[in-house]
Design a protein around this ligand. Structure first.
Ligand code: FMN
Length: 378
């Protein structure tokens, strides 16, 4: 029997259940990626749709990863996601090291705060990583990799609608998902021909806005109907899935709850924060990346607030922090690193296979919908 959760979006994308693994990426080595290929494939093969977080992969890593994913998913739908920030510093330097040299000259106050944390915590200052900073040119080359590989679904976060390539993508049958934290973002994405809107509430892990999921989803549904909407932020159970459908969403975009899976590669300390932290310990700050991000609270966030300095724009803030974050990662001090995770962590306590996480959501959502009908007969 077909699942009660089947929505028109399932037919559009060829999924069994309207549950997406959010594309998640954090800077640094791929060995600690939140959405490694094996997790993305596990979600797609279980009947959901896995999305690969490709923000920090090189072009070659992206290309290889997508080809491997295609093999592992064997015709099932999958997606690729990377950040397309609407506002970012205009970077012309071609290496992170070069950008850091400029930061040393232009923002000595910010550098002093970062170095003070290194001193206080007894860290050995690390080198800024090799690699290319985010720039319009790099983003365009990444988009070519997505198009060359005929990726079925492309998702973009942090604001800029991918209008540079929606037309070309649509000609090849691609579907586009745009992440939004406010109604005006959703209207902009729809105007740029994006097909599916993710309404992401503030409770979400990672970059996030200030409006809660409960308030945001029905507003976006009303504003852009009949375009399909995904609910995101704080979804960790079947009850949340049922509630999202009740709010008018056609599916859910789940991040943190899949970081409690066996297939993610996040460091054990990050996973333990999720499995044992309380919801109020997952706070927002701009000091990891330059944009507001929700992660486990730590002393680095406090130090920046005490400094009274504003965060630098993306990607400068992340590069500024590298001598400290790379040093902390090298010795396993994950408590000093911004580990993106959402408020839903407060209700997650067990590490399980991704398929189990997904199927429990499906079963509980179906039971919830049925029991609601029972409760409403009086
Ligand atoms: C570790 C982590 C990394 C993330 N990285 C990205 C990213 O690279 N691109 C993106 O679109 N969203 C990213 N997000 C946000 C997710 O796509 C998603 O919207 C969010 O996790 C949903 O809220 P939840 O964590 O409460 O499920 C990230 C979230 C987390 C927790």
């Amino acid at each position: 029997m077909a699942s009660k959760l089947r929505t028109p979006l399932c037919d559009l994308l060829g999924m069994e259940y309207p549950i997406f693994l959010a594309g998640m990426a954090v800077g640094g080595i791929q060995e600690t990626a939140p959405t490694p290929i094996k997790l993305v494939a596990a979600v797609s093969n279980a009947g959901g749709l896995g999305v690969l977080g490709d923000s920090f992969r090189t072009l070659d890593e992206m290309d290889e990863g997508i080809k491997e994913l295609k093999k592992l998913t064997n015709g099932r739908p999958y997606g690729v996601d990377f950040l397309l920030p609407a506002t970012r510093a205009d970077v012309t330097a071609t290496s992170n090291k070069e950008v850091f040299e400029q930061i040393l000259k232009e923002y000595p106050g910010h550098v002093a705060v970062m170095k003070e944390i290194i001193k206080q915590e007894g860290l050995e200052e690390a080198e800024v990583s090799e690699g290319e900073p985010m720039s319009t040119d790099l983003l365009k080359r990444k988009i070519e990799v997505v198009l060359d590989n005929k990726v079925p679904v492309f998702a973009a976060a942090t604001g800029e609608p991918p209008e540079w390539f929606t037309e070309r993508g649509h000609q090849m049958g691609m579907q586009f998902i745009g992440m939004c934290g406010a109604v005006r973002h959703a209207e902009r994405q729809v105007a740029a021909n994006v097909d599916i809107i993710t309404a992401q509430g503030t409770e979400a892990g990672g970059h996030t806005g200030n409006i809660s999921t409960f308030v945001l989803v029905p507003q976006i549904v009303r504003a852009i109907s009949p375009k399909p909407v995904l609910a995101a932020g704080g979804i960790g159970s079947g009850r949340h899935v049922a509630a999202s459908l009740a709010l008018g969403a056609q599916g859910v975009w789940v991040g943190t709850a899949f970081l409690a899976s066996e297939e993610t590669n996040i460091p054990e300390d990050h996973q333990n924060q999720i499995l044992s932290g309380r919801s109020e310990q997952f706070t927002t700050s701009k000091f990891s990346s330059g944009k507001q991000q929700r992660s486990f609270h730590n002393l680095v966030k406090d130090a920046w607030v005490e400094s009274g300095l504003p965060a630098l724009p993306m990607p400068l803030q992340g590069i500024l922090m590298e001598p400290m974050t790379q040093a902390a990662k090298k010795i396993g001090r994950w408590d000093l690193v911004g580990n993106p995770s959402g408020q839903v962590s407060g209700m997650l306590s067990e590490r399980r296979p991704a398929k189990t996480i997904l199927m429990e959501m499906v079963d509980e959502a179906e039971e919830t919908i049925e029991s609601m009908q029972g409760n409403l007969k009086y």
